[in-house]
Design a protein around this ligand. Structure first.
Ligand SMILES: [Zn+2]
Ligand SMILES: [Zn+2]
Length: 402
């Protein structure tokens, strides 16, 4: 079996991994590179048989809907099937419609083939089984790939401190032991001093804030479902408070989640959620609200109508940091303006990525003989973790036979 990381050995995002046997060739993730100060958007990758030439690839498997894992799907040759989790596919379709991309990608997201957790897919001599994993994207997966007598586990992005976190050790224990090659994300290798709280702790802090304040605005990603579910639960813990979505597509996403999950935590039908409009102002003032929005003019104007408000920044701090590669000047200006207008700013966020102890734990429980770090600016740091398996730091495009 051959493994090639086309992209992502020394960067966060833009991930593309290839696994090839005597008869089959599959790709895991087809990500766009995250925009940086120097680069607005990376170019589509040129990979023979996948994005150019005659199609020789048997399928593309998407771990989750974040752009750095799926953003370049439009470059995949049209006859190659793309596989994705069923609910993730629905959410991604809504996000794509809302983004109103010009020109529209030739392949509609609805054409992706949905898969289910625990149900293997056979691609010639490769057996690939998706398992749900804890991440800041809903319906995110890791993949167990079995072929030619080898077991390869691709974690995708993961963590152990979200809503699904407590279940994760048992999932690895049951399905992902005796791994020959572990392809594992290492985002936090370059953010080691960031201390993470659990989503549950975030929820407890949110309840504290919503108990004290009636006008609460939250800046967070529209697809960070665990965090939104915590704010929703915090709002409905108050007698009359309700959730307001800045845009209709946000509500559509939450409805998909409610329909896809049997868990009460992801049931967004427990109290009616409203889509923002000025007509809601009186009700918002009377009952108290938690507004889920983005750093844009709609949210800014809504905030101006509720002078005594709290702004919760629930995103990665790095976006506000001018020295960070992913610095977002627009977000920073938004936050600064809000403070200047009297908003009380609170920072309440937790990462979608595994910290060092969680990475160690997964390397240990899987018994991985070989460990290939990806999605990391500092993959060499894996060598210092005292892991039992051999760490293999690859370069983009380098091929290893296992
Ligand atoms: Zn990612
Ligand atoms: Zn992700």
């Amino acid at each position: 079996m051959e493994i090639k990381i086309h992209r992502g050995t020394h960067q966060i995002g833009g991930c593309i991994t290839e696994i090839k046997t005597q008869s089959a060739r599959i790709i895991i993730d087809i990500g766009a590179e995250l925009p940086t100060a120097e680069r607005a958007e990376g170019a589509p990758p040129q990979i023979d048989g996948l994005t150019c030439g005659d199609p020789t690839c048997d399928g593309v498997f998407i771990t989750h809907y974040h752009g750095d894992h799926i953003g370049m799907y439009g470059a995949v040759l049209p006859t190659i099937p793309i596989y994705m989790g069923a609910a993730a596919r629905e959410i991604y379709a809504v996000v794509q419609r809302a983004a109103d991309r010009e020109p529209e990608p030739a392949r509609p997201v609805e054409d992706f083939i949905p898969f289910e957790a625990g149900r293997p897919i056979f691609i010639k001599d490769i057996k690939i089984t998706p398992f749900l994993i804890d991440h800041s994207a809903f319906d995110a997966y890791m993949f167990l790939i079995e072929a030619e007598g080898k077991r390869v586990l691709h974690t995708g992005d993961f963590r152990m401190h979200g809503a699904r976190g407590r279940k994760m050790p048992a999932v690895f224990e049951k399905y992902a032991k005796n791994i020959d090659v572990l392809i594992i994300e290492g985002t936090m290798m370059s953010r080691r001093n960031e201390k993470q709280i659990t989503e549950h702790e975030l929820g407890a802090a949110a309840r504290g804030i919503l108990r004290e304040h009636k006008s609460v605005f939250v800046l967070c990603s529209s697809t960070n479902i665990d965090t939104i579910a915590e704010f929703y639960s915090a709002a409905i813990a108050e007698e009359r408070m309700f959730l307001v979505c800045e845009e209709r597509y946000q509500l559509e996403i939450l409805r998909i989640v409610s329909a896809a999950s049997r868990s009460a935590f992801y049931d967004f039908n427990r109290r009616k959620i409203y889509v923002y409009g000025k007509n809601l102002h009186t009700t918002m003032a009377e009952r108290g609200f938690c507004f889920i929005g983005r750093a844009n003019a709609v949210t800014r104007r809504a905030m101006e109508s509720f002078a005594d408000n709290v702004l919760i920044y629930s995103m990665w701090r790095g976006y506000l940091d001018a020295t960070s590669a992913a610095y977002d000047g627009y977000k920073r200006k938004f936050v600064e303006n809000a403070i200047a207008n009297g908003s009380k700013l609170q920072y309440l966020h937790t990462s979608g990525h595994a910290d060092i102890d969680q990475i160690r734990q997964v390397c240990g429980v899987t018994g991985a003989k070989t460990i290939i770090p990806v999605h990391s600016e500092f993959p060499e740091a894996f060598c210092d973790l005292g892991l039992k398996g051999e760490v293999l730091v690859l370069r983009d495009g380098e091929c290893v036979t296992v």
